[in-house]
Each structure stands twice: as C-alpha cells, then as structure tokens.
Design a protein around this ligand. Structure first.
Ligand SMILES: Cc1cc2nc3c(=O)[nH]c(=O)nc-3n(C[C@H](O)[C@H](O)[C@H](O)COP(=O)(O)OP(=O)(O)OC[C@H]3O[C@@H](n4cnc5c(N)ncnc54)[C@H](O)[C@@H]3O)c2cc1C
Length: 456
C-alpha cells in the first residue's frame, strides 16, 4: 500500500491525502456502528478532476475504494472494509448555481442537506427532502441511497427531486448529465443508474435538484387513536381533506412512551396513554379548516384526542418526540433496527406477528415501533438486553417479512448489513440483472465492493 500512497501523493497532491495518525475515527464507521475499520488512506478531493484521476489509478491497479458522504448511513455501506481506500466527499461542498426561474439548484455532492434546505428557503423556495440526519448527511449520500424521510407522501423520495447529476465512473470517465428540465426523453435516463445504487456504480460529484414553491402556511397536530384501522381511515380523510398532507408519522405506544419518558426535550401533551399517536402536518389550508377536519374525526371517534400546534415552538416539540429516535437508538444495547416496507393493508398483521414470534423466541424482548405509514414504511427496533444478538433478531424478522411480501429496506438501503437478505425481496432475474449492471460499469469491482449485491 505504501507504494500506492506515494504514487497517489504525486498524482493528486499531498493536500488531498490523509495517512497514518491524521486519519480520524470518523472515517472508520458509519452511523450503524457495525464493524469499524480504519482505512489505510483517506482521499479528500476538492474537485471532480481529482476524483477522476484517483479512480482511474485505482481501477488500473485494482484498488478498492469506499465512498464516504456524511457517514449517517445505517446499512454499513460507507464503512471501509479491510484495505479499502476511503474517498471522503467532505471537501466537495458548495452551491454551484441557484436558477430561480427554472426552480433548480446545482450543488456539489458533499454539501450538507440542511445547507441546501436553508439556501432554498432564503430564495423563497424549498427542497422537500427532509430527514433527521439533515445536519450531517450530504446530498451525494442522499442521492446514492435514494433517501426519503418526512415528506415522501407528497413529494417522493430523493429520486423525485434529482433532475440531473454528474458522476465519475470506475475508470475515471466523467458522466456529465446536468439536465435541468422536468421532461427529457432523449435516450436512457442515465442518472437513474447512480440514484439509489449506494455508490456501487459511480461516484456522484454534482446534483441538479428540483425546487418547489414554499408553502403559504403549515399546520401541525398530534393526535391519538385506539386502533390501526382508525389510523388508516384518518390517513384517507387527511389525504382527501387537506390541500396537501405533508407528514403523517405514526408512533405506536411503545415508541411514544419511551420517547417522552427518556428524552430531555420531549413531554406528553395528553393526560392518558393511547395505543397509537399520529403527527400530521398540512400545508396551504386555513387553520379553521384544519381544525374542522380534526374535530369531525374526533366526533366520529376515529381519533381519541388531538392537540394542535399554536406556534412554531409547539410544532418543534411535537417533532422532537418523533425525531428522538437517534437519541433512543444510541442508548439501546445491540438494537436490531429495521426500516422495512410493506403494503399498508398488511402492516398491522405483520407487526403483531413479528412481536408475538420474537417474544416467544427471546427472553425480555422489547420493541419500539414508528413509521412513515403513508409510504408503507415501518421502523421497528427490537432488543433483548443481552439475551440474544441483533443478528438473530434480523434473521427471524426478515424471514417473516418474506411471507408478507415486504421489502427489507424502504429507505436506508442494503449496504453491507442486508446483502444476505436481498434475495428475500428480489427475484433471481432481478439479482442477475443487478450483477450484469455492476459488471458493465465496474468490471474490476473497485467501487464499494461487497455492498448491495454482496461479494461474488
Ligand atoms: C438520525 C437519523 C435519521 C435518519 N432518517 C432517515 C430517513 O428518514 N430517511 C432515510 O432515507 N434515511 C435516514 N437516515 C439514514 C441516512 O441519513 C441516509 O441514508 C442518508 O441519505 C445518508 O447520507 P450520508 O451523506 O450520510 O451518506 P453515507 O452514510 O456517507 O453513505 C451512504 C451510502 O452512500 C454512498 N455514498 C455517499 N456519498 C456518495 C456519493 N457522493 N457518490 C456515490 N456514493 C455515495 C456510500 O458509499 C454509502 O454506500 C437517518 C439516519 C440517522 C442517523
């Protein structure tokens, strides 16, 4: 490796390289915390040209490279494996252009999501991509994982906001596809190869984002309900009744009570406990209409109690209960953390079956459950205080999920942690086509090897 370090130093310039003790712990593992490995070399390029030269060299010498964004991924994709060179995008940041008339923003891939959101807001526009990790994750990582968080039900996942991009292929070729138009049917839509492929097919260096109009107003409510069926009825009412339903976050009692009991900045606004809670947000409705819709559902019994945010601060407090997951997870010993997807009609049966199966199987099993219900996405976290490992829990739940025709990942991706489960939700023909694509675009398997489709 020392020969390669010397050669890359000469080729790229020493300001682009970190070696030895200069390599900090942050480059050794993503937010999953699984299997940290200190890379022998970190490259922090400041331009597409440097990335192109680096990949060309690594391809010629068959050197494996792991691409690192904000390291908030939860699937181990950005965590180096032994002897992999880490390519950190942390210096590739900044806004290249905000085109107000076209409502687009072109950004370098290492730019933090929150910086982009704020720049859009300052221009009277918005980027409706939002997730709890907004202050640390990078847009390149969001696009590579096709991230989607709180507003997917109205605006779609990252894919729906990417109009164009620039990426570097394994052999160093730069694919410049800076499309700004909503409609462009000229040949294959090549950007889709890089969106959601978790860095296995190329390194994203710039992204052209579609911006949207800022909402005229927004109202937030926290409501409680007695049954899952009522939650689904409420979802349908909210989707048809509100001008735009921008969030519908469901929290099961186990999640809600743990969040309000164990995190400092949260409190329970209700004086009773309920089986379900929903944090919902509407845009562009009058407050009178927002209240009326919820009042009608209270009268019908679809919801059992409701509290409406009277200020931005109230709204932040409601969201703090939902966003406490990062804090809660960091305190749970060896959690099995799921981001599964299921048809909404099968969700409740699946959760009940999973909880029964796990409780019978493992002593002292505990769970917390919440999800972006309208997106068919549930987050289940299960642990058992040293009585089992997270890996045993993963095996049980994913096997069960297959019978319910769900997906093993609705948003975090496969990374390295779910490669063995990919076959549970993709057909042999789909897997074969994925391998064909990988072979065509990265024949020497230097880009994030072992991620997504696993090792050959
Ligand atoms: C508290 C918390 C809340 C979260 N909430 C959500 C949520 O609501 N929805 C959701 O989808 N995810 C969520 N996540 C997961 C995570 O934030 C997302 O997956 C995010 O998109 C990762 O971005 P990143 O920059 O941190 O990428 P990283 O973790 O650095 O990398 C993720 C993957 O993308 C690849 N990659 C990174 N940058 C590039 C690039 N420029 N080119 C090619 N490949 C690249 C990496 O190799 C790796 O495989 C959450 C995470 C945390 C910690």
């Amino acid at each position: 490796m020392q020969n390669h370090i010397d050669a890359l130093n000469t080729l790229l310039g020493d300001e682009q390289l970190l070696v030895g003790e200069a390599i900090g712990e942050k480059y050794q593992v993503d937010w999953s915390g699984e299997n940290p490995v200190l890379p022998p070399l970190v490259i922090r390029p400041d331009s597409t040209e440097v990335i192109s030269k680096l990949l060309k060299y690594c391809n010629e010498h068959r050197l494996a490279v792991v691409t690192q964004g904000g390291m908030t991924g939860l699937a181990g994709g950005a965590t180096p494996r032994k002897n992999e060179i880490a390519l950190s995008l942390e210096r590739m940041k900044g806004i290249v252009e905000l085109d107000h008339q076209s409502m687009t923003m072109t950004v370098r891939s290492g730019t933090q999501l929150q910086v982009i959101q704020q720049a859009a807001e300052a221009a009277g526009l918005r980027l409706p991509l939002d997730l709890g990790a907004r202050g640390s994750c990078q847009i390149g990582g969001n696009v590579a994982t096709n991230a989607g968080g709180n507003q997917v039900l109205s605006f779609g996942m990252a894919r729906a906001m990417v109009l164009g991009l620039e990426a570097v292929q394994a052999d160093g070729t730069v694919i410049s596809a800076h499309n700004k138009m909503l409609k462009n049917n000229a040949g294959y839509d090549l950007k889709q190869l890089y969106i959601g492929s978790e860095g296995t097919l190329g390194v994203i260096t710039e992204v052209v984002l579609r911006l949207f109009s800022a909402p005229r107003n927004k109202h937030t409510a926290l409501v409680s309900a007695g049954s899952f069926e009522d939650i689904i009825n409420l979802l349908h009412v909210a989707q048809s009744g509100f001008a735009r339903l921008s969030a519908f976050e469901v929290m099961w009692e186990d999640y809600f009570q743990k969040s309000v009991a164990e995190t400092d900045n949260t409190s329970d606004p209700f004086d009773k406990k309920y089986p379900y809670y929903v944090l919902l947000e509407s845009e562009n409705d009058s407050i009178d209409w927002f209240q009326q819709v919820l009042f009608d559902e209270l009268e019908k019994g679809t919801i059992l109690d409701a509290t409406i945010a009277q200020s931005g601060k109230d709204s932040e407090q409601f969201w703090a209960i939902r966003d406490a997951i990062g804090d809660l997870l960091s305190r749970i010993p060896d959690p099995a953390n799921f981001d599964i997807g299921l048809p909404i009609s099968r969700m409740q049966a699946f959760i009940e079956k999973a909880q029964t199966t796990l409780t019978e199987q493992f002593k002292d099993l505990q769970t917390i459950t919440f999800g972006h219900l309208a997106d068919g996405n549930i987050h289940l976290t299960a642990w058992s205080n040293g009585n089992t490992t997270s890996h045993e829990i993963y095996d049980h739940v994913y096997e069960l999920l297959q019978a319910f025709e769900g997906t093993v990942t609705a948003e975090h991706g496969i990374g390295v942690m779910k490669t063995k489960y990919l076959k549970l939700c993709r057909s042999p023909e789909e897997l074969a086509l994925m391998k064909t694509l990988k072979q065509a675009l990265d024949p020497n398997n230097i880009l994030n090897p072992g991620r997504v489709i696993g090792d050959a």
